[in-house]
Design a protein around this ligand. Sequence first.
Ligand code: AMP
Length: 404
Amino acid sequence: MGFRSLGLNEKTLFALSRINYTKPTEVQQKAIPEIIAGNNLLVRSQTGTGKTAAFGIGIIERLAGRKSKKALILTPTRELAVQVCKELQNIGQTQHLMIHAVYGGQGIEGQIDNLRRGFDVVIATPGRLLDLSRRGVIRINEFDIIVLDEADQMLDMGFLDEVTEILDQLPQQRVGMLFSATLDDSIMRIAAKYVKQPKIIEIGEIKAAETIKEEHVEITDIDKFPKLIGILRSHVGVKTLIFRETKIGASKLQEKLWQRGFKVGALQGDMSQAKRNKTIQEFKEGMISILVATNVAARGLHIENLGLIINYDKAQSEEVHLHRIGRTGRMGQEGKAINFIQRKQTLDERMSEDHPDFAWMKQGSGVYSRSSRTEQERRPHHSRSTRHESKDYHHRNRRPARKY
Ligand code: AMP
């Protein structure tokens, strides 16, 4: 079944053929006719299913057919806002619609200039939209189509107050859509209030795509970095996304990998928006093949041909884990995820392996002697890992366990 059978406008069909969308995905088949008919929607689907184009095509069709006037899409992150905006601009390229993304972390003046030239669709993060509304640049009650994209993440990130403040200002006559990876109680409460009598569409089960192969590696903290290097060396040319739990952890790991000669970028919430956009672009275009990121990259982000996810730090919940690994194996492509599972070293291991706290025990008689320490071992405490990453070091120091 092609897009034509959904009764789309010729111009939209032409735009879709230009971006090589020939067949609608399941969520597109189900959602587009409902949106065109003006029904409210509650959609449970993960990213990678084509949900952006599902609401994107529906919106463009309604605006082009003058069934609606203006559309607002709320996204939880700036990255997602940029991505959704590009997708809608592609779909709407033949319709002369004004489509803009507005998000925090970037100067507001340029965004105001864009909006003053006119807009049909605005893709916004909640805080920036409210800011623009308070400045009188946008009137929220002008929007008669509203999409809450990645609604579960929006709530996770604490945007409930901002989102309800926005939804309360919308006109009564509107088409409302809520897209979420889960339809749990908190989502259903919002839906009950703001997306009245919706058609409910549920795509797939909440589980990892079948095209993703997962591998679990039980590993002690100290072995993580050498193991990572080994994995990266055996996946040369594979676009790889490495997840860390903290911003500082992500930056530090990126630095260490960079020092090892890997073309690697970092993505975390403390970076300026311009830098984040640049890094994502470089990763998309393959100028860097490895990205170390916090959960800011866990949802919504679509990177073409992302072959490998490494969960260097375990995700805090099953749901976040699914979002993280969902960055690969998209649109039926093969993907792989390697999950490091923390294992504590036993005392025996710590003494027999190359643990820095015990390295001195392995010198000569096992009696600590400052003069017997090698130059490498005299390095300050913080350079431990470098010492342990060295193959030579492992080789030289691998001796049978000694018990004391
Ligand atoms: P999404 O789930 O919206 O993040 O979409 C995942 C990816 O699928 C994006 O790169 C889209 O450009 C692509 N995509 C969406 N719909 C189609 C389609 N009907 N045919 C081919 N690619 C698509």
